[in-house]
Design a protein around this ligand. Sequence first.
Ligand code: DX5
Ligand code: ZN
Length: 212
Amino acid sequence: MKVAPSILSADFGKLDEEIKHICDGGCDLVHVDVMDGHFVPNMTIGPVVVKAVAKAATKPLDIHLMVENNTFFVELFAPFKPEYISFHIEEEKHPHRLIQKIRSYGIKPAIVLNPHTPPSAIEYLLEDLDMVLLMSVNPGFGGQKFIDSVLEKAKVLRAMIEAKNLDVLIEVDGGVNDKNVKELAIAGVDIVVAGNYVFSASSYENAIKSLK
Ligand code: DX5
Ligand code: ZN
């Protein structure tokens, strides 16, 4: 299992130190939650801070957009060369065009599904994606309770990916901890995002290890 700690739960007063700490602690990706106060009822960070995050990180960035104007934000964050940019299918009229745009920057495109959105919503986009991110909480805040129905959804999505013989990763985001990670692995999940679980631990390294 790959682990992407969400810096939403980090101490922003010492963000540089927090990022070094998770990277030295063995994380695979640094998950960056971008919220605009419109698509979700919360606001987080923009390019000034993401630039500092990219500088501090020794692992690739995984940018999760929770915004209304995806194209604008893709253009804003592309210069920081993240490994992935993911956008919500619920907020995009032209997902295929946006996938192509993300790829044109040399960035891997990913689509996010909210808890209510079925995998069939992206059936004909799957072959153009590198990753699908399944929300296991309602987007907007860290520290929420894991929604169990994501387990069945991950299994359905894994079967769809295999039926099409594709190489698409499945990532799950929200309420992940050492109790539910095993079931996620069994369901076919490749990467877990963990905010509260990692950043509330006394040892980030041990928390990351326990998820792996
Ligand atoms: C929620 C964010 C998540 C969040 C996960 O909108 O997308 O990445 O930070 O935090 P935890 O692991 O605390 O649920
Ligand atoms: Zn996220």
